[in-house]
Design a protein around this ligand. Structure first.
Ligand code: ANZ
Length: 848
């Protein structure tokens, strides 16, 4: 019998799909649709295992939905602007465009080898003018709607490379490339007014029922809604400054005040700028980075003014006013009142400058001698030392009461603040989307007229300049608008802008005149299932949610708020790490082992290799496996099967040689089974002695039903186990005289096809060329009406009996328990430390 030659079979089907545009989304606005999208890749050179996992997961779903009769949109594109292209091109004296296009072509070929059901007719690349032209039009549209503006803002400035650095590019206060101390510098930058939508972005999370909770929590924290109040502090005896306004979440601690602190950028700073000492202080502050984290970690320093502020609750309590490096100008009002006893930053500051520490909150049950010394007390408790606020419970009574009194006295009012800051989109880089703005002789902003768009990047320019290469493109920068000579903006857009609307372009990617056709948009959007890494939980996903709102804002034709109805975040692909005796990383290809325990260096077989922890594959640790090589060796189906088999898609998966081997063997084994069944068909032709077998019918229908459910719930690893059951069953009966064997086998091949499409198509094609590719119907008659009685115990005591027709996996059962009203009381404020699970019979939760 011939072996399964995956090389020939896979090539055959890939060509077939490609040639027949087999996966093309139809323009049929009456059919039910399914938009399946995986986060598009940055074309860095070659695909990695993370891509393989991400795109395989999406592909299984897309194929499943297509077979269920949906009109499926499953496109692919390239997030092709960005720093790596610019750096690589600089090093090799290349054009970033050439470098990028070469990578795209390599990666496209690689993805095709995986047999993905991608509609390649809709491919896009964000660095092409056909794409970014529309982005430039959006920019102007948002500018007209007041959602884009320019302002001076602090940036991380690398004084050697003369460039702005992103926060991630500042390492220990130094530029990642130059190693120079980074400075805070004010620059004119472009911003999207994302904070205008803070509340909506927060509220919108509630409707995203098909998103993982952890992602929603991360977005919620990032938006950071704070409830508190603003307070006007009277300044004593000063003609220039009468009041200072502060934002606080803790007005109930006002009797513990010992100073006021202002940002060095507070308007009051202008009265001190003539003082040398103040300017020196300001300079010292500029060495603290711009991130909240770096500010929190930096030593607290202050500059004392001659101002004195009065406590609004008691005019006899007078405190000094400082400038301090931990106060941010772009949060609240750039001014805070310091209460050292109940805020660690304030305490650090007070200890340094010898200021009072007045304790005003004590833990419940403590007496009035309770005193804060070195560690601020920030927990709940009771107010004391605070006159009319005494004995109020912190926080539930004290904050509201303090606000009430402030409002009555008209010295403060309720205020809600958001942490979310406007999105700075200017980058001093060449390889990005040009901003469609110019400046006239008076440095006023002039929009570049639509007919001049796309404003294309100049090509083949010198990238080895200091700062932004576009600044040196004097000819390119010149433009005449309405007879005025203007200079084009040389900042380009943050690449996150490119990816915050690409999913809209896929709806009409070949439309040259506009970014999308409204009908197409209303049909395809929202994306039904979006799949990608959890590392994009905040920025990319939040920016996309903003962009959708920004486009819908003041636009009667578009009314889509949320771009992604369902979100699935897949886990990482992991591999052990290896090091030689000199502590250098070694790749899996550089080591060998005879027993799977002891590893040696291939280049020096006497050298023992240190096997480190298993970590997600990364180039820096060299623990990567090249998908292309693996596909060439084992075939795409084996790779797909393995990457899905080991653990649930949301969890990390461990790459293992045994694992991929096992998948390869399964496919070979299945091919043998297929040959056996195929040979029966010939034998049986015209044979009248065949009998109808109920067991085959029952098994097949039940398996299809299981696979259906597992597909819907992303339990792809369980489906791999289902395939093994299927193999075993059909292997047992492959020589039986069953009339209904082949037609059930055909159904099985169909439900296998989302996972191992090449194998399944080939088998089906060999048996019956006329088969359609619709998902087989389930005959309910054969789904035995099973009945389970599942005992639910909590700490060994029976607390409930679930009567169910479904069989539950452990995690699903725990979820069900958590949602069962009669049981929630047992679980309140408790942690499940262990669970004992006997499938379909019992679960015992051990809680603490
Ligand atoms: C007095 C106070 C007493 C505070 C106390 C806290 C504890 P969130 O929850 O993050 O909104 N704050 C206000 N504006 C600030 C700024 N521009 N830069 C730095 N800090 C600022 O935090 C609100 C708290 O952060 C405010 O409440 C204020 O300090 C500080 F026992 O006011 B609090």
């Amino acid at each position: 019998m011939s072996r399964y030659n995956f090389k020939i079979v896979e090539k055959k089907w890939q060509l077939f799909w490609d040639k027949n545009k087999y996966f093309e989304a139809k323009k049929n606005l009456n059919q039910k649709k399914f938009y399946c999208l995986e986060m598009f890749p940055y074309p860095s050179g070659k695909i990695h295992m993370g891509h393989v996992r991400n795109y395989t997961i999406g592909d299984v779903l897309a194929r499943f939905k297509a077979m269920q009769g949906y009109n499926v949109l499953h496109p692919m594109g390239w997030d092709s602007f960005g720093m790596p292209a610019e750096n690589a091109a600089k090093q090799n004296n290349l054009d970033p465009k050439e470098w990028t296009e070469k990578n795209i072509s390599t990666m496209r070929t690689q993805l095709k080898k995986l047999g993905l059901s991608i509609d390649w007719t809709k491919e896009i690349s964000t660095c092409s003018p056909e794409y970014y032209k529309h982005q430039q039009i959006f920019f102007l549209e948002l500018y007209d709607k007041g959602l884009v503006y320019r302002k001076e803002n602090y940036v991380n400035w690398d004084p050697v490379d003369k460039t702005v650095l992103a926060n991630e590019q500042v390492i220990d206060g130094k530029g990642w490339r130059s190693g120079a101390m980074v400075e805070r510098k004010k620059l004119n930058q472009w911003f999207f007014n994302i904070s205008k939508f803070s509340d909506e972005l927060l509220l919108g999370l509630e409707g995203l029922t098909e998103w993982p909770n952890k992602v929603k929590t991360m977005q919620k924290n990032w938006i950071g809604k704070s409830f508190g109040c603003e307070i006007d502090f009277k300044i004593e005896g000063n003609n220039e400054v009468e009041y200072i306004k502060c934002f606080t979440t803790r007005p109930d601690t006002l009797f513990g005040i010992s100073f006021l602190a202002l940002s060095v950028d507070h308007p009051i700073a202008k009265f001190y700028e003539h003082k040398e000492e103040f300017n020196k202080f300001k300079k010292d502050c500029s060495t603290t980075g711009t991130t909240e984290e770096s500010i929190a970690q930096a030593e607290k320093i202050g500059f004392k003014t001659d101002l004195v502020a009065l406590n609004p609750f008691d005019k006899n309590i007078k405190v000094p006013v400082y400038f301090a490096n931990f106060v941010l100008m772009d949060y609240g009002f750039g001014a805070v009142f310091g209460c050292p006893a109940h805020d660690q930053r304030d305490l650090d500051f007070a200890l340094k400058y010898n200021l009072d520490i007045k304790t005003v909150v004590k833990p419940k049950g403590e007496n009035d001698t309770f005193k804060v010394e070195k560690k601020a007390y920030t927990d709940s408790g009771v107010i004391f030392n605070s006159k009319f606020l005494n004995n109020l419970k912190v926080p539930e009574e004290s904050i509201l009461e303090a606000i009430k009194v402030l409002e009555e006295k008209k010295i403060g009012k309720k205020k809600i603040n958001f942490r979310l800051k406007d999105w700075g989109i200017s980058r001093q880089r060449y390889w990005g989307c040009p901003i469609p703005i110019a400046y006239n002789k008076n440095n006023q902003i002039v929009k570049i007229p639509k007919e001049n768009l796309p404003l294309k990047l100049p090509e083949n320019i010198n990238l080895n300049t200091t700062g932004n290469p576009l600044d040196h493109q004097h000819d390119w920068k010149k433009i005449t608008i309405d007879g005025d000579e203007c200079t084009i903006e040389t900042d380009t857009l943050d690449t996150f802008v490119d990816s915050s609307w690409y999913f809209l372009r896929f709806c009409s990617s070949n439309n040259a005149s506009s970014a999308f056709d409204i009908d197409d948009l209303n049909y395809w959007m929202p994306v039904d299932q979006y799949i990608g890494g959890v590392e994009h939980a905040i920025l990319h996903l939040l920016y996309s949610r903003f962009f959708m709102r920004a486009l819908s804002y003041k636009n009667e034709k578009i009314n889509i708020e949320e771009p992604f109805k369902g979100l699935f975040t897949q886990g990482m692909v992991c591999h052990p790490t290896y090091k030689n005796q000199k502590n250098n990383w070694l790749s899996p290809e550089e080591v060998f082992s005879d027993d799977g325990k002891n590893y040696y260096n291939k280049s020096d077989p006497s050298e023992k290799v240190i096997v480190g922890t298993t970590e997600s594959m990364s180039k820096s640790k060299k623990n990567t496996i090249d998908p292309e090589k693996i596909i060439a060796e084992y075939g795409a189906d084996a790779v797909r099967l393995f990457i899905l088999s080991d653990s649930p898609p949301e969890k990390d998966v461990q790459w293992s040689d045994q694992g991929i081997n096992a998948s390869y063997k399964f496919i070979q084994k299945f091919w043998e089974l297929h040959a056996a069944i195929k040979s029966r068909i010939k034998l049986e032709e015209g044979n009248k002695n065949l009998i109808f077998n109920d067991e085959v019918e029952e098994f097949t229908n039940q398996q299809i039903n299981k696979i259906n459910i597992n597909l819907e719930k992303f339990r792809y690893n369980v489906i791999v186990a289902n395939l093994h059951e299927i193999y075993n069953f059909f292997n047992k009966i492959s020589d039986k005289n069953y009339k209904n064997l082949v037609n059930n086998y055909i159904k099985i091949l169909k439900v296998m096809s989302p996972l191992v499409p090449h194998l399944a198509f080939e088998c089906l094609n060999e048996i019956s060329k006329k088969e359609n590719f619709l998902w087989p119907e389930i005959n309910q008659k054969y789904l035995k009406n099973k009945h389970f009685n599942i005992v639910v115990q909590i700490n060994g005591k029976k607390r409930a009996l679930f009567e169910s027709q479904d069989s539950f996996e452990e995690n699903d059962l725990i979820e069900k328990i958590k949602k069962t009203e009669e049981l929630t009381k047992f679980l309140e404020n408790k942690k499940i430390v262990k669970s004992i699970f006997i499938k379909d019979k019992l679960i015992n939760l051990i809680i603490k």
